[in-house]
Design a protein. Sequence first.
Length: 389
Amino acid sequence: MMSGVLTAIVMLVGGCGSSGGGTSSTLASNVPKFDAPATIDVPASQGQLNPAAPIVVNSADGLLSAVTVSAPGGKTIGGQFSADHHSWTSKDPLEFGSNYRVDAQSVNLAQVATDKTFNVTTIDAGHKAYANVVPAPDVVASTGIGVGQPMVFQFTQPVENKAEVQKHLKVTVNPPQPGAWYWTDDKNVHYRAAQYWQPNTKIHIEADVFGVDFGKGVFGAENNSADYTVHDSWIAKADGAAETLTVFHNGAQVNQMAMSLGSPGHPSHLGAHVISDKEPSIIMDSCSYGVCAGQPGYYREKVDLDLRISNDGEFVHSAPWSVGQQGSSNVSHGCVNLSPGNAQWMFDHFNIGDVVEITNSGGPELPVWDLYGDWAVPWNVWQAGNANS
């Protein structure tokens, strides 16, 4: 094939020479000399290459016959020739802070080969950031996620170039539901729809951030993706005025139970809370929010059947000590107190991503940064995004 291409070029040069007058001279000046050595060019050898970009080898006046790219340790980087053999492009991933040797051969019109060697160095990222997904897919593989669960990429380094990074984030939702990204802080970006997800929704998320400049010497370390399935709708409505917790499954009421919210001195946050974890028992220590041993109000005790609804220490849990107040007064430190039997029912039916909506608590709204305070942000504000702010 290569010999045929060269022969065709030679015949074209000979045909032009048979023409008369200035035409022959003009055409000949635009055709490479028959015996001129083929040139080889590797643009990346002139500086440092972002490893997200490929190594490209060019030979405009010759046909590339062989290209070998060697990584440190002798590993060979695979690649592909263009159809006309005037270029070659690497296909295998490159690494940060590495040196690559490029050995290339190109053949001219006289079928004489030229061999050249180049060195390509990739940029050395000051810091590399990984895009972790929350919740971890394996944690919810058997249960799916609840209708309130935002899609979350949690970066291991602060992101300054948020708008640029966000261009490389993708979400596919089936059935389609409009959604948008919103940065809750410099490391966390959340995606949610205008309303809770529809049950049985399939969600695929991608962070194609390898080599993306996060700012201040930070680059994306690798790509990441995850798939989620939304299970049935489970929503519990905690009314601090009535001291009752009413539970809805796919929109239909299935249970109602007495409860106790936060006391006037420790009111529960208002708004939609999303369950982020569940544990059979945990040790609750008031020192976690600044009230430590020896101070008034200090406590440290084992608490059972815990559904975490914020990072601020709010849970739905068993509280046998407050059964007498449940249904009549709010006495907790911000949690939703239930009897052991009711707590067991909630623990058996609610999972990560399910929703607990708190009203009439006397407390402030759950902040957007408090893990999943996403639903406190009005949709028109959320949809507008804040990557450039």
